[in-house]
Write a protein that binds this ligand. Structure first.
Ligand code: NDP
Ligand code: MG
Length: 391
């Protein structure tokens, strides 16, 4: 029987890779909803081809454009943030959460009420509200499967294992576009340079986050939330080839490594077919031709993001939402040309310090409303820091 699937963030890099897999098996899937934001042409053409029930743009102002693009197709059109959430609540057996940023939290959370499967690419949901997401999933009997390549790798290395026998989890980092740059050179890094990833083809925001290590910093917090290990059990290892995605170290000294090509269709396909493994259209690695795997310790002086993630975890409460909001705002500032590359970490650090003084807000009960409130206040604080630095 065909499985009903919904893709939140269908027009993005993860969304398009998900569609690539679904398109290969047209009989296997019924598409409930596809959502996007600005890319109406892509959203409409995919929705028509896959005969989606509804196509939703997060942008209210683009409803007419979407209606025009879908005219005569029988696909329903909707627009706005509330419509994206409504689409996420329509019955589906499998939902991909691949909206970028904190905007993905509420739709992903809504999808948890299905009691089915949520494939989670939107790491921001776990960084901002890991406890809430996991508790809600437990209450509704929904399975969350990680799609981030490192977390999919850890998940796979843990199959059949007891988490109590895990000593450490090592997630790898390519080092991004600026792996070998000096701190001095990093200060003048441009947007174009930060937007080129040596190994992975991803959306612009995560590509820049890879160059600044904020992506890995987010993933350290994501690892803590998802696998429930202590922060000191999580290590980051620079591995320029991006072929080993993570390693799990057990109490008998064994390290189980997950090796695979840098192609997100592996992790997406694993989550799509879980618990089965099915053939996937990804490269089979020729290890003899590759020859060597390199490793090195991350340089904390050049990448303060990693230290900031540790401080965020130590601070507790809803500091994860502060970390993410400050990081997103700093990234907006860098993309807009308001601050330089290395200033991003300073904005995040300043925001964490300022927000830590308001523990009443940070230590309130973690609900969707309170996380949203923390997100708003932290963004405002980060914008002020950017205005000061830009002025
Ligand atoms: P993209 O920027 O390529 O795509 C983002 C998607 O979100 C698009 O469909 C976009 O629509 C939509 N979108 C943007 N803003 C909003 C909004 N305010 N409300 C609703 N939808 C919105 O991102 P990626 O695919 O690279 O990343 C998606 C998520 O997956 C992120 O959380 C990222 O960290 C994570 N991830 C990505 C990986 C990758 O390889 N790309 C690897 C691991 C994790 P539109 O394009 O139409 O404007
Ligand atoms: Mg990753």
């Amino acid at each position: 029987m065909a499985r009903r699937v919904t893709i939140l963030g269908a027009t993005g890099s993860i969304g398009q890779n998900t569609i690539d897999l679904i398109r290969r098996d047209p009989e296997g899937y019924d598409v409930a909803a596809l959502t996007g934001a600005s890319n109406i042409a892509q959203l409409a053409s995919d929705a028509i081809e896959l005969r989606a029930e509804v196509a939703v743009t997060a942008r209210d102002d683009l409803l007419e454009d979407l209606r025009d693009a879908l005219a005569g197709s029988g696909v329903e059109a909707a627009a706005g943030a509330a419509a994206v959430i409504e689409a996420a609540t329509r019955p589906a057996d499998w939902t991909m959460s691949a909206i970028v940023g904190a905007a993905g939290l509420a739709p992903g959370y809504a999808a948890l009420e299905q009691g089915k499967t949520l494939a989670l690419a939107n790491k921001e949901s776990l960084v901002c509200a890991g406890h809430l997401m996991l508790e809600t999933a437990r209450t509704h009997g929904t399975e969350i499967l990680p799609v981030d390549s490192e977390h999919s790798a850890v998940f796979q290395a843990l199959i059949g294992e007891d988490i109590a026998s895990v000593e450490r989890i090592i997630i790898t980092a390519s080092g991004g576009a600026f792996r070998d740059w000096t701190l001095e050179k990093l200060e003048s890094a441009t947007l174009a340079q930060a937007s080129e990833h040596p190994n992975w083809d991803m959306g612009q925001r995560i590509t820049i986050d890879s160059a600044s290590m904020f992506n890995k910093a987010m993933e350290v917090i994501e690892t803590r939330e998802f696998f429930g290990v202590r922060p000191e059990q999580i290590e980051v290892l620079v591995h320029p080839q991006s072929l080993i995605h993570a390693l799990v170290g057990f109490n008998d000294g064994a390290l189980m490594a997950h090796v695979g090509p840098p192609d997100m269709r592996h992790a997406i396909g694993f989550a799509l077919h879980h618990p089965a493994r099915r053939a996937l259209p990804v490269e089979r690695l020729d290890l003899a031709a590759i020859g060597t795997f390199e490793f090195r310790a991350p340089d904390h002086a050049r990448w303060p993001a990693l230290r900031l993630a540790r401080e965020t975890m130590a601070a507790g409460g809803m500091m994860g939402a502060v970390f993410n909001a400050a990081k997103e705002t700093a990234l907006d500032g860098f993309i807009a040309g308001k601050i330089g590359f290395t200033r991003m970490a300073q904005v995040v650090e300043g925001t964490l310090e300022a927000m830590d003084r308001d523990r009443g807000l940070i230590d309130a009960k973690m609900t969707l409303d309170n996380v949203t409130q923390v997100d708003h206040v932290a963004r405002k604080c980060a914008r002020e820091a950017i205005a000061k630095r830009a002025g």
